[in-house]
Design a protein around this ligand. Structure first.
Ligand SMILES: Nc1nc2c(ncn2[C@@H]2O[C@H](COP(=O)(O)OP(=O)(O)OP(=O)(O)O)[C@@H](O)[C@H]2O)c(=O)[nH]1
Ligand SMILES: [Mg+2]
Length: 196
């Protein structure tokens, strides 16, 4: 599968701002700063489709992107686990993510993003368990793969698998927005999920 076009369709802070349900949606889930927006730009082959920032908490809304002229959508969710955000606001995001994920009939699959350098956080583990409960687990993008030596990629991926309690059948794709690697494999997995 290839992405030939991607456009921002809607920016939503609440349900009323979601675009009407249409093509199947693939959601990007992960902690703040893990590289969700960068991964979207990488897959789309666009530098600045989604805003990327060195300071966590950049994406604070649910951003819907229309891909390949409406064949499917990628949904960039706000990152969780950003300590500097007020508790009340952070709880609001949790609710926002949960509402979208539970209520959206056209949500097909989640891509869970984990920084390949680090053990998943307690919130990552919780999020993955939650995805598993709703049958949306099984696809993990291990981001910032350029930050570990190639020889250590498998070891790091296995550590993520173990910490998330993901089964052997879960697919972990190392990706790097910097080196532009992992695109083909991740898109192939997304393609499979869309055809299920
Ligand atoms: N070295 C390296 N840095 C990356 C990679 N992907 C993202 N980054 C950096 O990580 C930071 C966060 O990236 P974003 O894509 O904004 O992360 P996000 O998950 O969308 O963050 P929020 O919107 O806050 O949830 C930025 O400084 C990026 O340049 C990567 O593959 N390699
Ligand atoms: Mg973002």
């Amino acid at each position: 599968m290839k992405i030939v076009s991607a456009e921002l369709l809607a920016v939503a802070a609440k349900e009323q701002q979601y675009p009407p349900e249409g093509p199947p949606e693939i959601a990007f889930v992960g902690r703040s700063n893990v590289g969700k927006s960068s991964l979207l730009n990488l897959l789309a082959g666009r530098k600045a489709l989604a805003k990327v920032s060195g300071s966590p908490g950049k994406t604070r809304t649910i951003n819907f992107y229309e891909v390949n002229g409406g064949k499917f959508r990628i949904v960039d969710l706000p990152g969780y686990g950003y300590a500097k955000v007020a508790k009340s606001e952070s709880a609001g995001w949790g609710t926002m993510i949960e509402r979208y994920m539970l209520g959206r009939k056209t949500l097909k699959k989640a891509v869970m993003l984990c920084d390949i350098r680090h053990e998943p956080s307690a919130q990552d583990v919780q999020m993955y368990g939650w995805l598993a409960h709703y049958g949306m687990d099984g696809l993990i993008a291990a981001t910032k793969a350029d930050k570990v030596p190639r020889s250590a990629l498998v070891r790091h991926a296995q550590a993520i698998r173990k910490a998330l309690v993901a089964g052997q059948d879960a697919v972990i794709v190392p990706v790097s927005a910097l080196k532009k690697t992992g695109v083909g494999e991740l898109l192939a997995e997304i393609g499979k999920a869309l055809n299920e």
